[in-house]
Design a binder for this molecule. Structure first.
Ligand code: PMP
Length: 364
């Protein structure tokens, strides 16, 4: 295989509950998984019903153009339906963008400590990485702008960012977009957008009308509770969408996912409940971190990055102590943050169990 493929370190997903149960001799039902920024309420009831109705049609291929889902998204975000690309999760969108816009040997800009798939998508097309040092664990947009070269074709920006939870205000992103050269596509990855407080929300989908090289990426995996179905989408002008549409897999979003996403999109009550639970759970965690004397990065997502020690072994050590107590969180050594752990915000009782296990682990 190509050297650039052999150089890829595989994506490290959260450990599955069944695997942890086997490995540590635990009862699956007792395990708390706060490792993958999933929705603690699971699948919305509205989406379950939509899927049940869609099962009868599973003998047929899904709608390759996602007519109904794109229609619903088009109305929601006030953009034409042909400005939307559906993805098998938003990871698929990120990868399609790399394939559609970047040639082997060209370069891609992203931030240190930003989402791991940016590196994978870049390497997957044999492109060069330009990794810009983070500022206070977040994106340094002026430095990212300065890092753009003639051969740069793509910039990835995560807002909020995973795994650090940092947030970039609208004005900073607009200032960046106004200066980005026309030969660069900016992927604004807003996987955690729905967790932002109303005062931090902005109409990024509308910016697409103003910036022909902007692509906004969203997902149904987080706030909408559909991570297992794999559905995300991009909004961009037709010149970009057209290229992405040529190389995506024809049936990349399955019919259950399309049906469930439409239902979830219209389920404002589910979103509201999730946001409230997330805000309360975040307060629960940071109060505990303060009590334990642990530093954390203020988070705008459904997870929080916490520093569990000063030595490079701290993250792995505390992670193991948590696993033994049946709590799965995410070590972030692969992001260059070996003293930290990323904890997803769960239900109040899950958060309590995690805090108790963390307290024990630190006392060991
Ligand atoms: N972007 C960011 C910043 C993420 O954290 C994630 C999920 N880990 C994704 C994109 C991809 O999520 P999905 O493929 O489930 O939409």
């Amino acid at each position: 295989g190509p050297e650039y493929v052999r150089a890829i370190a595989p994506y490290q997903a959260g450990k599955p509950i069944a695997e942890v149960a086997r490995e540590f001799g635990l009862d699956e039902a007792s395990i708390v998984k706060l490792a993958s920024n999933e929705n603690p309420f699971g699948v919305p009831e509205s989406a379950r019903q939509a899927m049940a109705a869609a099962v009868a049609e599973l003998g047929r291929y899904p709608d390759a153009n996602g007519f109904d889902l794109k229609g619903a998204l088009s109305r929601r975000y006030d953009v034409p339906a042909d400005w939307i690309t559906l993805g098998n999760g938003s990871n698929d969108i990120l990868e399609i963008a790399a394939h559609a816009f970047v040639e082997r040997g060209q370069s891609v800009v992203y931030s240190q400590y930003s989402f791991a798939v940016y590196a994978l998508a870049t390497q997957g097309v044999g492109a060069q990485h330009i990794v810009v040092p983070a500022k206070a664990h977040g994106h340094d947009l002026p430095a990212m702008l300065a890092a753009i070269r003639d051969d740069t074709r793509l910039v990835f920006i995560a807002n909020p960012n995973n795994p650090t939870g940092t947030f970039i205000p609208a004005a900073d992103i607009e200032a960046f977009l106004a200066k980005v050269p026309a030969h660069v596509v900016v992927v604004l990855d807003e996987a955690y957008n729905e967790f932002l407080a109303p005062e931090n929300q902005f109409e990024s989908a509308q910016w697409v009308k103003q910036y022909p090289n902007l692509l906004v990426s969203r997902t149904f995996s987080k706030a909408y509770g559909l991570a297992g179905l794999r559905v995300g989408f991009a909004i961009a002008q037709p010149a970009l969408t057209d290229l992405m549409n040529r190389i995506r897999q024809p049936f990349n979003v399955n019919s259950l996912a399309q049906a469930a996403a439409i239902a979830a999109l219209n389920d404002q009550a589910f979103l509201q409940r999730g946001a409230e639970n997330n805000n309360a759970g975040y307060q629960q965690f940071v109060a505990a971190f303060d009590k334990l004397g642990l530093a954390y990065v203020p988070s705008y997502g459904n997870f929080v990055l916490v520093k569990v020690g000063d030595d490079a072994g701290a993250g792995a050590r505390i992670n193991l102590a948590l696993l033994k107590q049946g709590v799965i969180v995410r070590p972030v050594g692969n992001y260059g943050l070996p003293e930290w752990l990323r904890i997803s915000i769960g239900l109040p009782e899950e958060n309590d169990a995690c805090i108790e296990a963390l307290t024990n682990a630190l006392a060991e």
